[in-house]
Ligand binder design. Structure first.
Ligand code: CA
Length: 365
């Protein structure tokens, strides 16, 4: 059903683009016609292994959509992490034009731009639906574009994982005291928050987590959620699976486009890039929502995984430490403060709205 809807939508998009193309063609001279026929081949570098489930399929789907919508006038070749550039050099590669596009997560660039993590994941932040609303209709995208503009990079939303699980723990977390000395793989601001609670955040790539958990080099790890976590087999290395949502409440991924490369495309192809990215953004969230449900059932029923929630006092402590971390970042960086003001205002309103609607509905359905 979902596939059919996307297909219909894509056909609609193609028809629209073709229509716009026809109207403008009447006024175009032969040079413009030549531009219409020109073929473009783009390179897209990613921070994920090639064809990695969920995250890594986003750019592959994007390449497929663009190829189909442009009838082959724009083709996009996707490179996994390390194939053309290392995963953490995706932004620089797009900025410098080594690649025309990238697919990654904004929190990786916090060393370059302290405000960048707001465009991927903030502890106790917005849900995927709220984030997409803020981004596309609440002024978020304009701020994101302004942030990357000095680097000649145009950002677009590139998929959302939805709310992520707190992760896998080798021992139960019954109090804030249990977080002290806990060695946990958790990147980004979540790690900074956990550090304040006395834990020791560790940064490991996805491929290193399983063996580190199994050997006891780390006591806990977050990754994404049931769909991706089941694939890694983390249930074989840690006993307790905490479903508490706190550190990545609706993680947004990104498409990065080299500004010059984008502007060199005819207008219809530029629109195809934008619309394909927007389609992938929704598609990924839909896929996570569907597959997480099924994978959770498998973890509980087939692998007897114990799914738990952090106690209320642990959640409160994490929330208070989050406020401290965000306040410090806003004081240290003017742009962070400006983006955060917009984000937090939207979040405050969304919270009130959802308390009155979805929160009550979730409890009553
Ligand atoms: Ca994660």
């Amino acid at each position: 059903m979902t596939t059919n809807i996307i297909k219909k939508w894509l056909i609609g998009c193609i028809a629209f683009v073709a229509l716009v193309g026809c109207n403008s063609e009447q006024k175009q001279d032969t040079n413009a016609n030549a531009q219409q026929q020109k073929q473009y081949q783009w390179k897209l570098v990613t921070s994920w292994p090639k064809n990695f489930p969920g995250l890594g399929l986003g750019p592959e789907t994007f390449a497929k959509y663009v190829n189909e919508m442009s009838a082959g006038r724009l083709t996009v070749k996707v490179y996994g992490a390390g194939e053309l550039v290392p995963g953490f050099e995706v932004f620089d590669a797009v900025s410098q034009g080594t690649a025309d596009m990238g697919h990654s997560g904004a929190y990786y660039w916090k060393g370059k731009m302290p405000a960048a993590p707001i465009f991927s994941a903030i502890p106790f932040g917005m849900t995927a639906t709220e984030f997409n609303a803020w981004l596309h209709f609440g002024g978020g995208l304009e701020m994101w574009q302004a942030l990357y503009k000095p680097f000649g990079v145009v950002p677009m939303a590139g998929g959302n994982s939805g709310a992520q699980f707190a992760g896998w723990f080798k021992k139960e977390i019954n109090s804030v005291e249990d977080l002290k000395g806990l060695k946990m793989r958790i990147p980004g601001l979540g790690g900074e928050v956990l550090k304040r609670a006395g834990a020791i955040p560790v940064n490991l790539t996805g491929g290193e987590i399983f063996s580190s958990l199994q050997s006891g080099a780390i006591d806990a790890s977050e990754w994404v959620g049931p769909y991706n976590d089941l694939a890694f087999g983390f249930h074989q290395a840690a006993e307790y699976y905490y479903s508490s949502v706190w550190h990545e409440t609706g993680t947004n991924l990104e498409f990065l486009v080299n500004e010059k490369a984008l502007n060199s495309l005819p207008e219809d192809l530029q629109k195809i890039v934008e619309v394909a990215a927007r389609a992938v953004n929704q598609n990924m969230l839909d896929e996570y929502n569907a597959r997480n449900n099924n994978a959770l059932q498998t973890l509980i029923n087939k692998h007897n995984v114990q799914v738990k929630q952090f106690p209320v006092d642990v959640m409160l402590a994490l929330k208070n430490y989050t406020k401290e971390v965000i306040e410090e970042k806003a004081n240290a960086d003017e742009t962070f403060a400006k983006v955060w003001a917009s984000y937090s205002e939207f979040l405050t309103n969304a919270r009130q709205y959802n308390d009155l609607t979805m929160k009550a509905y979730y409890e009553n359905r």
